[in-house]
Write a protein that binds this ligand. Structure first.
Ligand code: PGA
Ligand code: ZN
Length: 423
């Protein structure tokens, strides 16, 4: 049972304050959970409680910490940490709002994750195994950013993530090695063109390009330079994050200096899908454009993964509705969008029931917390998105999956492709 919860302010990968919760159980087991932070957030996500005002850009979290200390800790004392759902229901009830606006999703997610860590420790299991609950699981396929744009790079490109998927890798270790070569090749290509300007928020090369297509062409060149065939060993995955520049059916492409309607935006992307080896597209249209998403998915859905991130915000009800309406065929799973472990798990389960792909994902503001590496394995999500192949808040998660892969016993399910097909 939960004995105490300590909350402290720590700092994330952008040097901003964030919430860490540390749970101690009666048997002495402990667990820590940390809230990540997004920069391109969906409007229906759990609210991040920030102090506001002038200090630290208004981003301090003292109210969120006070809520843990004064309300959450007393309310959870004595509850069985192995009963994650009961813990999370208590958090939801205590907050009392639909979007965790009162206590803050950053407070609830830190506590929820800390309880999960403590329960696994108390059970003497690695977190992934505890989360698997005896069910068969697999090692996720990583989608890894090479160029980071959009809200993560001062809107230098309209598209947010230019990623690669080593879709034919036989192991996670091999997928990372292939990606490392491509990341390196992309860096040297940028250097030769006099375009190397450091990295964006998630570690991808800063996208000093004159058009979105130039970034795509550079990505194809980087795959070739690394010695691979685009669309074979390595395919392209994009996060358009269209809610960042699209609203009310109008899409404002700053790089192209033009505005498109929903169909125009879809056609623009469909042309890319014909010209480039793209296997997955996330948020191709804005969160307020469900009909556009449904049309886009209908035209590509059988040969491409279409992921809802801002559109579905890790919400089981929204996932079920999207399945009924055919808006997308896959869902990003971010625990802090939901605000508790159980709600994120429910969204993941709803997605699987619908036959959707599931991609456990980090945020652009991250920390040394590697919980999502374990959740991706334990929930058998099939795919993992963490950002690029640089900066230790990213590498910590990739490296953790390497360790988990070593713990897999012979005969367990290996890595699959984006459509969940085994090798
Ligand atoms: P965010 O974006 O973490 O900055 O919100 C990540 C994503 O859109 O997948
Ligand atoms: Zn996204």
């Amino acid at each position: 049972t939960i004995r105490s919860i300590h909350a402290r302010r720590i700092w994330d990968s952008r040097g901003r304050p964030t919430v860490e919760a540390e749970v101690t159980l009666a048997d002495g087991a402990t667990g820590r959970g940390i809230a990540p932070a997004g920069a391109s957030r969906g409007t229906r996500e759990a609210i991040e409680l920030r102090d506001g005002g002038d200090r630290l850009g208004g981003l301090d979290v003292s109210q969120a910490l006070a809520g843990i200390r004064d309300e959450i800790a007393p309310a959870l004392r004595g509850i069985d940490a192995l009963k994650q759902e009961e813990v999370d229901e208590r958090l939801i009830g205590l907050d009392g709002t639909v979007n965790k606006a009162r206590l803050g999703g950053n407070a609830t997610v830190a506590v929820s994750l800390a309880v999960l860590h403590a329960a696994a420790a108390s059970s003497g299991m690695p977190l992934w195994r505890y989360c698997a609950g005896g069910q068969p699981v697999s090692i996720p396929l990583p989608e890894i950013q090479i160029f980071g744009g959009g809200a993560h790079a001062g809107r230098r490109t309209d598209v947010q993530d230019f990623m690669v998927v080593a879709q034919r890798a036989q192991s996670f270790a091999e997928a990372l090695e292939i990606t490392a070569e491509i990341y390196r090749a992309a860096g040297s290509l940028m250097a030769e063109r006099g375009r190397l300007q450091g990295v964006a928020d998630e570690g991808g090369w800063w996208p000093a390009f004159d058009s979105n297509e130039e970034a795509l062409d550079a990505l194809v060149s980087a795959i070739e330079r690394a010695g691979y065939t685009p669309g074979h060993e390595a395919a392209i995955s994009l996060d358009i994050a269209a809610s960042e520049f699209g609203r009310n059916g109008r899409y404002r492409l700053a790089m192209e200096d033009r505005e498109l309607d929903s169909d125009g935006m879809a056609e623009y992307l469909l042309r890319w899908c014909e010209r480039y080896p793209i296997v997955s597209v996330e948020d191709p249209l804005a969160e307020d454009d469900p009909d556009g998403l449904a049309r886009f998915t209908a035209s590509v859905g059988d040969r491409m993964q279409v992921i809802g991130d801002d559109f579905l915000v890790t919400n089981a009800n929204l996932v079920e509705r999207a399945a009924a309406n055919g808006n997308v065929n896959a869902v990003l799973i971010k625990v802090n969008q939901a605000g508790t472990v159980s709600e994120a798990k429910a969204a993941c389960a709803a997605a699987k029931r619908a036959g959707f792909g599931t991609i456990v994902s980090a945020r652009s503001g991250e920390t040394e917390d590697v919980a999502i590496a374990h959740l991706a394995v334990g929930w058998d999500s099939g795919q993992l998105k963490v950002g690029s192949f640089a900066r230790s808040e990213r590498m910590a998660k990739w490296n953790e999956v390497l360790r988990i892969e070593e713990q897999f016993e012979a005969g367990s399910v290996g890595i699959r492709d984006v459509f969940g097909r085994g090798k």
